[in-house]
Design a protein around this ligand. Structure first.
Ligand SMILES: [Zn+2]
Length: 190
């Protein structure tokens, strides 16, 4: 899987703002495995170290310690940790140097809320590239020819989400949000 296979050139340029002497090209292979985005390897490519948060930060999912270091809460589910890494990388690319990812978002200021939206949207684009999402959804329908693409039952929809989320190694909720933002589905009432 090459960068150019799943990301736009514009997005690759954005990643390159932080890789220093190691520019990412569209032809370069994405390090890690061939199925989902290995976010830890991407962080490494961006010169960002990932460390484990201590007990005093047990209420945080993650924390931007500096623009070269991210702290992650290892008590959380692996899919959540992966999203947190992607999210914190978003803060770095947004020019922030310090940020906390709190489990309770109600205490954020307006600026923090705006930065959270930017970081979440970047994290989703990084972990769930549109092309990869569309590829796995297409494969799902190819393999389940009995499922009507434009008329899924609620159960069929959940099955699709579960399978594609597993392939992308993301949470089902994160995938639903991403697919909704990509206008890939719409609920219809009877
Ligand atoms: Zn954040």
């Amino acid at each position: 899987m090459r960068f150019g296979d799943v990301y736009s050139q514009e997005f690759i340029n954005k990643l390159n703002e932080f890789t220093g002497g190691h520019p990412i090209t569209a032809e370069a292979e994405i390090p890690g495995n061939e199925v989902y985005v290995d976010i830890h390897q991407i962080a490494e490519l961006m010169g960002v170290t990932i460390s484990q948060l201590g007990d005093e930060d047990a209420n945080l999912s993650g924390k931007l310690i500096s623009k070269h270091e991210i702290g992650i809460n290892h008590r959380e589910a692996p899919v959540r940790q992966r999203f947190t890494v992607a999210h914190e990388l978003g803060h770095i690319l947004n020019g922030e140097h310090v940020a906390n990812r709190q489990t309770d978002s109600s205490t954020y200021t307006i600026t923090e809320k705006r930065n959270e939206v930017v970081a979440n949207s970047f994290g989703a684009m990084l972990l769930m590239p549109q092309k990869l999402v569309r590829r796995y959804v297409k494969e799902y329908f190819d393999q389940h020819s009995n499922v009507e693409k434009n008329n899924l039952s609620p159960q069929e929809f959940e099955n699709l989400i579960a399978e594609v989320a597993m392939q992308l190694n993301v949470s089902q909720q994160a995938l639903k949000n991403r697919m909704s933002n990509l206008n890939m589905y719409r609920k219809v009432s009877e």
